[in-house]
Write a protein that binds this ligand. Structure first.
Ligand SMILES: Cc1ncc(COP(=O)(O)O)c(C=O)c1O
Length: 356
């Protein structure tokens, strides 16, 4: 009896010890700058699209044509052909599927990076090599490629969460090209705020998958819609075999299509977030006692050092929630703060300026 259960017990024991993602607590009325959502996108606009979608769909039916409609809109937005796009229930679910089918035994990532990916690799029993970024968050290409060549899967977050920066485009392509026989997953969750995407490169190669989402720039974190851009052959296999038949609700599909049909409104907010990013950066740069880093995303990475606790405390007492990261490698007292609306940003800037 004891012997029969040992495999199960051992596995549950192993899983119970793993790191896990802790969902932020819901704080009524808080200024929420911890999850990189897009609050510059008007809430009423999103609510209007959702209400219209709710009127159109028939929830008694499985989602059929709605997926095709969304493929077409996403392909147009990403500038690729419709056969190169596939969908998932948020990019989280796509990561899960890729790890369970093509994860292999070893993965290489940069450090720090999106911790969810590392946690999920460990859950799937995939060993993760973490190659540290340089102190200014640029790439140590030699070390990265060396580790990557010993692994089956390579994950690069571009722009990187939590540091915010994109690596040099040419360097990225050199890395991808040196790993032709391995799966390279490029997570572009924040690419809408950045200067370049590798979607156009992914469709030409047989080993590159670009992962994108409508949770950030498109203001649809609650709808759970993610997508991939890759070569036609892989996309066909992903759509028909790897992905389940109905991963996204009809309502979420219709909402996503509704937002994409009015993509100019989203693009307008992306522009305003980028301008705010510059303004916030310039204000923070004037504050002695904190260090900030260039961002290509809709958040800024701050190294607060010995001011970490004082800043955390004042933000907390003013109902401002940011992502507190603590010490990361040689960076002390780190936090990641979403670029919100001008009003939201002013509130936390005032707090930080007040105490340092
Ligand atoms: C880098 C990165 N990838 C993926 C995700 C997951 O996004 P989704 O909401 O599409 O699951 C996030 C969310 O924070 C993220 O930061």
């Amino acid at each position: 009896m004891k012997k029969k259960n040992s495999w199960l017990n051992e596995n549950i024991k192993r899983i119970a010890w793993l790191d896990h993602y802790t969902k932020p607590e819901k704080m009524e009325g808080a200024i929420k700058l911890d999850s990189n959502e897009n609050f510059a996108l008007d809430r009423d606009f999103v609510a209007g699209v959702a209400a219209e979608a709710a009127k159109q769909v028939d929830l008694r039916e499985y989602p059929l044509g709605q997926m095709d409609e969304l493929y077409a809109l996403l392909a147009k937005y990403a500038g690729v052909s419709v056969e190169c796009v596939a969908l998932g229930s948020g990019s989280d679910q796509i990561i899960e599927l890729l790890l369970s089918t093509l994860g292999g035994r070893h993965a290489t990532v940069l450090s720090p990076t999106f911790s969810y990916f590392i946690n999920r690799c460990k859950l799937h029993g995939i060993k993760v090599y973490q190659v540290p970024l340089e102190p200014d968050f640029t790439l140590d290409k030699k070390a990265f490629v060396k580790a990557a060549k010993r692994s089956d899967l390579i994950y690069i977050c571009s722009p990187n969460n939590p540091t915010g920066n994109q690596l040099d485009r040419r360097e990225m392509i050199e890395v991808v090209d040196s790993l032709e026989d391995r799966l390279v997953l490029i997570d572009e969750a924040y690419v809408d705020f950045a200067d370049y995407s590798l979607s156009g490169e992914a469709i030409k190669r047989n080993n590159v998958i670009v992962l994108r989402t409508l949770s950030k720039a498109f203001g649809l974190a609650g709808a759970r819609v993610g997508y991939i851009v890759s070569n036609r052959k892989f996309v066909k296999i992903f759509r028909s075999i790897i992905q389940s038949p109905y991963p996204i609700s009809t309502l979420s599909l219709a909402i996503a299509s509704g937002i994409l049909a009015d993509v100019d409104q989203v693009k307008q907010t992306i522009k305003s977030v980028r301008l705010e990013r510059e303004r916030v950066f310039a204000r923070l740069a004037k504050i002695d006692g904190i260090k900030i880093f260039r961002s290509d995303a809709n958040f800024i990475f701050i190294e607060a050092g010995e001011n970490y606790h004082a800043i955390s405390k004042i933000l907390n007492s003013n109902g401002i929630v940011v992502k507190l990261l603590g010490n990361i490698t040689n960076h002390k007292g780190c936090m990641r703060i979403t670029i919100g609306t001008r009003e939201m940003n002013d509130q936390y800037l005032k707090c930080i300026e007040q105490i340092i």
